[in-house]
Design a protein around this ligand. Structure first.
Ligand code: NAD
Length: 366
């Protein structure tokens, strides 16, 4: 089976869907791999790194002509679709629920498309879950960005010139990104506190050395291990429990999301006004509307001396690692879907069923 690795065209993107190391593993499994010229350059992979492991480096047009399976990180766009042929299998993130036009266009081509972001979040899909692998890096990078933006250092330091007390870091949302943010901030020596609407996260946060701020969540629903939208009563209780820590924090990292919804507002403008001068908020949910009322995606807002940075700290900022992990997720996904060099099309199976958005021109998931 021939697989094509396309160069990402989205502005600011630096990652590539398959690294040379994973391409080598695919070749060892019997696949023939093509990569678009320069696809890996911004992730530190040269064309020759791919060629050295047996990948054919070609121009874009050749990939569309030769490959049965085409791989990307970001959704296929209009330009891609002009080149797609009936019968080709596209694998990328598609965000199909908010991209109806794209899904229609893929179907009109008679192509097949799997969406990586539609991966069910069940244990056996964990090693194929691109949201987890990438969010983990975002959690790490948020702390590094915070450290850079702060006017203080993280650890306790006893020097001849005096003692520096450790910085206080507060983390909202103890999911994949939040847990990595806790671990990273702890390693740098900060005093870390964290809160989450799901009480089962308490133990996880504590095991990484954070103090967990519990908020009574009685009556709050959760589904399949994911938070649902919090009630106004919960928001009130959360403020009550967390405000003291928020107003003393040097760095706040917010990661709270509710699948399929706008991100919950956890820090209002009024609360920002009561924070310490010089404090930094990194809002990782900014792309979903933001956990902080004043944050704006890709902007730094300064309010009363508090820097509010809205960002995804897109994993592309650590594109070498992000590409390697993304590639491993795709490798595992392909191993799941393919047997004896052919797709299994096991539509009764949850992972295949939920990620297969279009099959030979027929839209299966809306
Ligand atoms: P997420 O990005 O949807 O949300 C981040 C965190 O924000 C969650 O922990 C959520 O509970 C929290 N949150 C939501 N609303 C909140 C509010 N009002 N106040 C405070 N916190 C709020 O979640 P995620 O990081 O993708 O993962 C959530 C859970 O799912 C984790 O336990 C993770 O380990 C698990 N997970 C499992 C798989 C799998 O099994 N394949 C894959 C990914 C994640």
């Amino acid at each position: 089976m021939k697989i094509g690795i396309l160069k990402e065209t989205q502005k600011g993107e630096r990652r590539v869907s398959i690294s040379p190391n994973i391409a080598k593993q695919l070749i060892a499994k019997g696949f023939e791999i093509f990569v678009e010229e320069d696809a890996g350059l911004k992730s530190s992979y040269k064309n020759s790194d791919y060629a050295d492991v047996g990948v054919q480096v070609e121009k874009r047009g050749v990939l569309y002509k030769e490959a049965q399976v085409l791989l990307k990180i970001n959704p296929f766009d209009e330009d891609d679709l002009k080149l797609v042929d009936k019968g080709q299998i596209l694998i990328s993130q598609l965000y199909h629920k908010s991209n109806a036009e794209l899904i229609q266009a893929i179907a009109a081509k008679g192509a097949t498309a799997f969406s990586l972001d539609a991966m069910p979040r069940i244990s056996r899909a964990q090693d194929m879950d691109v949201l987890s692998s990438q969010n983990n890096l975002a959690g790490y990078k948020a702390v590094i960005l915070g450290a850079y933006e702060m006017t203080k250092i993280f650890p306790l330091m006893m020097t001849a010139a005096g003692t520096i007390t450790p910085s206080k870091v507060l983390i909202y949302g103890v999911g994949v990104a939040g847990l990595q943010a806790i671990a990273t901030a702890k390693r740098l020596g900060a005093v870390v506190e964290a809160t989450d609407i799901r009480t089962e996260t308490k133990e996880q946060a504590q095991s990484l050395g954070a103090k967990f701020i519990s908020v009574d969540n009685e009556g709050e629903a959760s589904e399949g291990g994911y938070a649902k939208e919090a009630s106004d009563e919960y928001k009130r209780k959360q403020k009550e429990a967390v405000d003291k820590s928020l107003f003393q924090a040097d760095l706040v990292i917010t990661t709270a999301n509710v699948p399929g919804r706008k991100a919950p507002v956890l820090i209002t403008e009024e609360q920002v006004l009561q924070m310490k001068n010089g404090a930094v908020i990194i809002d990782l949910a900014a792309a979903q509307g933001g956990n902080c009322e004043v944050s704006k995606m890709n902007e730094t807002v300064i309010l009363n001396g508090v820097k509010v940075i809205g960002t995804t700290i897109a994993p592309e900022s650590v594109s070498t690692n992000a590409s390697e992990l993304f590639a491993k997720n795709i490798y595992n996904f392909l191993m799941h879907l393919i047997k004896d060099n052919a797709f299994k099309w096991d539509l009764e199976e949850e992972i295949t069923n939920e990620t297969l958005i279009v099959k030979e021109g027929e839209i299966r998931q809306k």
